[in-house]
Design a binder for this molecule. Structure first.
Ligand SMILES: *Cc1c(COP(=O)(O)O)cnc(C)c1O
Length: 571
């Protein structure tokens, strides 16, 4: 097929499916990194006028609102938000069959506007309709709530209901269906049915499988085997019913008893990728009979650059929102102005902490930020392993304070334990190292917190971090990372230039490297980072500039969507 210059993008259209999409705090249909990546992807597609439509669920009670009591116990309450104030209702109705009941689905729309006038509609699927059984109305209430059956039903609504809704809305020329994680993989079942219908075939033939593969793109997001959705085949047959695809799938996956959503997506996609170079390799080793490429994640620059830096960039690099590559010219911004912009962000953040937490932090003191899901592998407690050493570093190398934020999944009890551990350490450290745990980490909190700290700390257990994106948001605001060498940081770290690596030099493949990593973290903080911050501010600001120019210009969703176009959408 030949493309006319300038028209190629318009002929290819992409349907982007994601269980969660995070666009703004008052549309709380996301839990964390995966959803925010989806939102940032859609924003970049809108900026670049990529003809895309996005499909997701409408969890009316969101993920959950987190508050914390005095001991650090997490208290979860439903998010309340007005769907009809934020989203536009659409008229088409479609249905899927679950446990032999017809479940009607309607949809709502939100248009994401790009910086150059492009737009990407986001379609939110909703089963909370009169006429549906009570339990089916509940299917679009909670994100990642309920049991395995609930999740199976949700994913079926997303995948099969989503394709049917797109057709009902008139999207009949979609060239690529992009599954953002395995949650959306049921869409291949509907595409297979479409192919079989087109050829009036009774059984699934190789040509049908090939036709579906030609349309599908799959991005996998976790290097942890337990992170991949699996459902018992008995439950699948009971809930969804018989389908010829189950036999094909068990033959391709060599497993008759479970439906693995990752395998379903792998078997029916002709382009598959992990989300960083390292994660691509790890995924390739996990699924060695498939070909797995890598496209490193990014963040949406115009969304994540704080106001003071937006002003600075507008002055020195006009057009940076349209062309993120030009952020590389950030190298020529006068260092003093970078520092001034940073101090505006820091002061604003410290005021926010004072107002919401009644804790007074000192803007002159080195401030470490740690904001991420509270779950075991992210190791929020790594820096708290030796509190005596921490106090000693503060009294000898220079004072510092640590700000935490992050939600634990309601069923993640070790994750909740981490939050409590931070609270206990906060008491123990007292005034020697001030710590604060901000409740309800969401897009708004992230936007004020990340640019407001002096270094962004990241300490996951290797090799569990597929990519990580908050360090990219930090870089865009001139905040260097101090991070374990995993995920994106393997690519983004130029030691002493864009930030610092924490390399515990543990035996390769060791399961728990916390002792070595903590020691390496303490050493770097004590011998490199703090002495530079307090003793050689000029050098510290140079690193801030490098983080912005080198990493900001690359680790953004504009570059990322361009890679998806080249490797996945336009092939
Ligand atoms: C960016 C972001 C995340 C993802 O951060 P990671 O670095 O991938 O852990 C999670 N939650 C919020 C609110 C964010 O803004």
């Amino acid at each position: 097929m030949t493309h006319q210059p300038g028209t190629a993008f318009h002929r290819t259209s992409v349907a982007y499916f994601s269980m969660e999409i995070g666009l703004q705090s008052d549309i709380p249909t996301y839990s964390g990194g995966l959803g925010i990546l989806a939102g940032d992807t859609i924003r970049a597609a809108a900026d670049m006028k990529v003809p895309m439509v996005a499909v997701t669920l409408l969890p009316r009670k969101g993920y959950f609102h987190q508050s914390l009591d005095a001991e650090g116990n997490q208290i979860e309450t439903p998010e309340s938000w007005s769907v009809s104030d934020r989203l536009k209702p659409l008229t088409p109705r479609v249905a899927v069959v679950i446990e032999k009941r017809e479940v009607k689905i309607r949809a709502w729309r939100y248009d994401v506007m790009g910086v150059t006038g492009g737009a990407v509609p986001v379609i939110y699927l909703d089963t909370d309709m009169a006429g549906n059984d009570k339990q089916d109305r509940e299917l679009t209430q909670y994100l990642y709530g309920g049991d395995s059956r609930y999740r199976l039903c949700q994913e079926y609504v997303l995948g099969v209901g989503g394709v049917r809704m797109l057709r009902a809305l008139g999207y009949d020329a979609i060239d690529r269906f992009h599954m953002n994680e395995g949650h959306a993989a049921f869409l291949v079942v509907e595409l297979l049915d479409e192919e079989m219908g087109r050829t009036r075939a009774r059984g699934i033939k190789p040509q049908h499988i090939q036709a579906v593969r030609n349309q599908c793109v799959f991005t996998t997001h976790t290097p942890v085997a337990a992170g991949h959705d699996k459902f018992g085949m008995d439950m699948v047959r009971k809930v969804i019913g018989k389908h010829k695809v189950w036999e094909v799938e068990s033959r391709l996956s060599h497993d008759e008893n479970t439906l693995n959503m990752t395998h379903l997506a792998l078997n029916f996609s002709n382009y598959v990728n992990g989300v960083s170079k390292q994660h691509g390799k790890v995924s390739q080793a996990m699924f060695d009979s498939y070909q797995i490429d890598a496209i490193t994640n990014g963040v949406h620059a115009a969304t994540w650059v704080a106001q003071p830096f937006q002003k600075l960039l507008d002055r020195y690099i006009p057009g940076w929102r349209q062309d993120n590559l030009s952020l590389r010219y950030g190298l020529s911004i006068p260092p003093q102005e970078v520092w001034d912009a940073h101090m505006k962000c820091k002061t604003k953040f410290i005021d926010y902490v004072a107002k919401t937490q009644k804790v007074k932090l000192d803007p002159r003191v080195f401030t470490i930020g740690f904001g991420r899901r509270a779950t075991a592998y992210k190791r929020a407690d790594l820096i708290l392993r030796d509190l005596d050493r921490l106090k000693k570093i503060a009294s000898t190398a220079g004072a510092f304070q640590i700000i935490y934020a992050g939600k634990a999944h309601p069923q993640d009890f070790p994750g909740k334990g981490l939050i409590k551990k931070v609270f206990e350490a906060t008491q123990e450290l007292g005034k020697k190292v001030r710590m604060v745990y901000l409740p309800n980490y969401d897009i708004d909190v992230a936007k004020i917190m990340i640019p407001g700290v002096d270094v962004w700390l990241n300490t996951p257990q290797l090799p569990h971090e597929a990519s990580g994106t908050s360090g990219m948001k930090a870089a865009l605001n001139g905040v260097p990372s101090l991070s374990v060498l995993d995920g994106w940081w393997i690519e983004g770290c130029v030691e002493n230039l864009t930030g610092w690596a924490i390399d515990g030099k543990a035996r390769k493949g060791a399961k728990d490297t916390s002792a070595q990593d903590a020691a390496a973290l303490y050493d770097k903080l004590q011998n490199v980072v703090l002495p530079m911050f307090y003793g050689d501010r000029e050098q510290y600001i140079r690193i801030m500039l490098m983080a912005l120019a080198l990493n900001g210009s690359f680790f953004n969703t504009q570059r990322m969507v361009q890679e998806y176009l080249l490797k996945a959408y336009l092939r």
